[in-house]
Each structure stands twice: as C-alpha cells, then as structure tokens.
Design a protein around this ligand. Structure first.
Ligand SMILES: Cc1cc2nc3c(=O)[nH]c(=O)nc-3n(C[C@H](O)[C@H](O)[C@H](O)COP(=O)(O)O)c2cc1C
Length: 195
C-alpha cells in the first residue's frame, strides 16, 4: 500500500542512539508523501545526552514534518475520538515503553497515543531498541507480538558479543513494514540477523 497522503503518527521514545537512523526514516516518509504527526515521550522531550538535546530534536522534527510535536497526554488523547491516524509507529521503542504498553500503562504522550489509536482498531508498528530485549523485556515483547493490531519492524541481535540481550529493529525496513501493517499483515521475515 502506497504511503502517499497517509496520516502516520511517529512516536519517539528515549532510545537516543537510534535517533539519527530514525530521522533518516522520517525524511523517507516525508519524501513518500506521508503526512507525519510526531509525538514525544517525556524522556524524548527532556533528556540531554551525548546524542543531542531536546531542542535539537524538536527543531529537526519540525524541519522534516512541518509540525509541532505532541508533547502532552492531553495532546495525544484526541487520536482516539478523532481517529485521524491511519497508522502509528513507536520509533524507536524503548524497553520501558514496550513494558508499559504490554501491561496497559498509559503515562506518557506516546503511550496515550498508542492506547487511543488501538481503540480504533488501527495498526500500531513497534520499532524496538532495547538492551534487555532477550532479558527482562522478552516477556513483554512476546505479549505485544501476540496482540491484535500490533506489528513489529523486523529486529535482531545488534551486538551479541558485547550486549547479548540487546534487540534492535532494522529501521531501514520501516516503510515496507508500515505498508504491510496498513493491510493488517506482519512484514516478514520478522527476525533478521545483523551479520
Ligand atoms: C543516552 C541514553 C540512551 C538510552 N538508550 C536506550 C535504548 O536504546 N533503549 C532503551 O530501552 N532505553 C534507553 N535509554 C533509557 C530510556 O531513555 C529510559 O528508560 C526512559 O525512561 C525511557 O522512557 P520512555 O520509554 O518513556 O521514552 C537510554 C537513556 C539514555 C540517557
């Protein structure tokens, strides 16, 4: 399914090392003609790290999408009643957000957006990036994989020697994964090696 004219929510959480790759995908979505609605978790809009500052992220998001990001729960809530998104992606999705989503917790703008969007029976695409994917968070990823209307960007072990529990999505597969999700299909293969 073509993404031209599609309304796509892109919800950023605090996996800051993935932001550069995420911005590349955001630009690709824009080039494909998507209408992008950015959403920031509390961490994504407040933490300064060696990867950048919240001000830099917001500036870049505005530059690419032409929109101010949604930064509060009340800003994300209308996604439910208005039902304006065709598809929502959590890109990148931290272990923290995956764990909360799998357990019905809704305490950030990103989680509010996900809950609001899912109530409309529309697809949610998770682009996981977490050091505990094969550890503490495996059970939560399993719950999400088995949940209605939730799809995953294919992922794999990005550094099995130094970080044996780490799982990271192949963000370059975001567009085909979104296209499949809009048809309520999981893009395959889901597990993809980094070697
Ligand atoms: C520099 C830096 C990099 C981080 N990278 C990741 C990461 O790749 N994956 C992850 O799950 N958490 C990562 N975290 C931790 C999250 O930011 C933290 O768990 C935060 O509470 C996530 O909140 P959120 O899921 O609402 O965005 C990182 C934190 C910092 C400061």
């Amino acid at each position: 399914m073509n993404l031209n004219g599609k309304k796509i929510g892109v919800a950023l959480t605090g996996s800051f090392c993935t932001f550069e790759k995420m911005f590349l995908e955001l630009q690709k979505l824009r080039n494909a003609g998507a209408d992008i609605y950015p959403i920031l978790s509390n961490a994504a809009q407040s933490i300064t790290s060696r990867f950048g500052t919240p001000e830099q992220y917001k500036e870049k998001i505005k530059e690419i999408t032409g929109k101010e990001p949604i930064i509060c729960i009340e800003g994300a809530e209308p996604i439910g009643p208005k039902g304006y998104l065709d598809v929502l992606t959590i890109l990148p999705c931290t272990g923290n957000t995956a764990a909360k989503l799998a357990n019905g917790i809704t305490d950030t703008p990103v989680l509010m957006a996900a809950k609001a969007h899912l109530r409309n029976n529309k697809p949610l695409v998770i682009s996981i990036s977490t050091n505990d994917g094969l550890g503490m968070n495996m059970k939560n990823i399993g719950l999400l994989l088995n949940s209605k209307n939730i799809y995953f960007v294919p992922f794999g072990q990005d550094d099995f020697e130094k970080k044996p529990n780490s799982l990271v999505a192949h963000t370059e597969l975001l567009i085909p994964t979104l296209e499949a999700a809009l048809e309520h299909r999981q893009y395959q293969p889901l597990l993809q090696s980094y070697h």
